[in-house]
Design a protein around this ligand. Structure first.
Ligand code: NAD
Length: 370
């Protein structure tokens, strides 16, 4: 018992950890409600054979900070279902529906999609318990990966950060690691603002073109034709992970965690990093980048477009309202974080943590204990 308390608890939470087990259908799951002082928690359901409670506790905290930083009326939570997400569709539906029934009374957790779950799963949950975000269009959802909510937010963060990084978005050279949902939309919205895509990668390889890649042609090539960026003829292929060191003005991680290591941070050749992926850099690496004068807008500030869109959907808003809310919140938050970082001489992540934690602490003063 001792270890449970000392391992997981601090001054913010988590407020509840629910373990779910149904041997009849092999449902093993956990839900972590981290902090609900700003409102019911929103966070995704991760389905993976190796998802652990420790991971879900960390992800739930990340959602508390992300939602607080975005100024949403929601706390942070997260769920894990220990299962293979590629199981047959009927089995997956049964598991998701059973999970839904198990969390029916846990009304301070609103589930959304994460790795291994999607809008179809969210539709089953809505049918079972009447609450979920990230729904299909036909049941009132705003398809955030189709409209590019997160990529749009990254471009807005870039608009604010250009002054701090001493670059001009118009003509800025951009490299994107991970040309998926987030990466492609970030490329599109940055190109609309005059930036030039000079490098891109996916799991299969990377290409570069100092004169600029045609973003829309590359999106069609990868998305509609299902091909790798590495085969795009406008670019010169380079080893995939060499993209990290490409000479550019803006570097966007939009794939995996922990790709910017301390070693990489010493060698990166950019002015600004807009973190699309979650935890793409180690804390030590972010310190090095800061010392080198490379501005790094942290993940939970820069990539909050998706959860802001989900919150707008939950409250019955439209796609247009989602875009204007993302713009308003990410503009204000990026400005607040980079200004505090500059004034106090601390990393943008430390500044973002201070701001988010202060908001959660203040919200906690308005709610009764217990
Ligand atoms: P996605 O699956 O659509 O795209 C991921 C892309 O990364 C793919 O092109 C894949 O080939 C590529 N990739 C994988 N491993 C790679 C590697 N080692 N090197 C280079 N490329 C690699 O996923 P997504 O929705 O675009 O999400 C990307 C990241 O952004 C994830 O970390 C996700 O957690 C985070 N994120 C996504 C959203 C969202 O709205 N989708 C919101 C916040 C954060």
């Amino acid at each position: 018992m001792e270890t449970i308390w000392t391992t997981y608890q601090d001054d913010l939470g988590p407020s509840k950890i629910l373990l779910i087990y149904d041997p009849r259908i092999q449902l093993r799951a956990f839900v972590v409600v981290d902090n609900v002082s700003s409102g019911p928690s929103i966070g995704g359901i991760r389905m993976a054979p190796d998802v652990s409670i420790q991971e879900v506790v960390r992800l739930a905290r990340a959602m508390t900070l992300k939602n607080a930083a975005a100024g949403l009326a929601h706390g942070g939570g997260k769920a894990g279902i220990v299962a293979d997400p590629t199981m047959p569709a009927q089995e997956k539906e049964a598991l998701i529906r059973a999970f839904g029934r198990a969390i029916e009374t846990l009304v301070d957790y609103i589930p959304g999609p994460d790795m291994g779950t999607d809008e179809t799963c969210m539709a089953y949950l809505r049918d079972e318990i009447g609450r979920s975000v990230g729904l299909p269009l036909v049941v009132g959802g705003i398809p955030l990966d189709v409209i590019g909510a997160t990529g749009f937010g990254l471009a807005i963060a870039g608009e604010v950060a250009q002054e701090y990084a001493e670059i001009d978005l118009k003509g800025a050279r951009v490299a994107i690691q991970g040309f998926g949902a987030v990466g492609q939309h970030a490329a599109h919205f940055l190109a609309e603002r005059g930036a030039i895509l000079v490098g891109a990668s996916d799991v299969n390889g990377a290409i570069t073109n100092p004169a600029g890649l045609d973003v829309e042609a590359l999106r069609k090539f990868t998305k509609e034709q299902g091909k790798s960026v590495a085969a795009f003829e406008q670019g010169t292929p380079i080893p995939r992970d060499e993209l990290l060191f490409l000479d550019c003005d803006i570097w966007i991680p939009a794939a995996r965690p922990d790709v910017i290591t301390t070693e990489a941070a010493h060698k990166m050749n950019t002015r600004l990093i807009l973190q699309g992926a979650n935890i793409p850099a180690t804390l030590e690496a972010e310190k090095i980048l800061h010392e080198r004068g490379i501005v790094c807008v942290p993940d939970f500030i820069a990539n909050a477009g998706g959860v802001i869109c989900a919150a707008v959907e939950y409250h019955g808003g439209t796609q247009g309202q989602a875009f204007s809310t993302i713009e308003e919140k990410i503009r204000a938050n990026t400005q607040a974080v980079l200004r505090a970082s500059k004034e106090k001489g601390i990393t943008p992540r430390d500044a973002a943590n201070e701001i988010a934690r202060a908001r959660v602490k203040e919200a906690m003063t308005y709610t009764a204990a217990g």
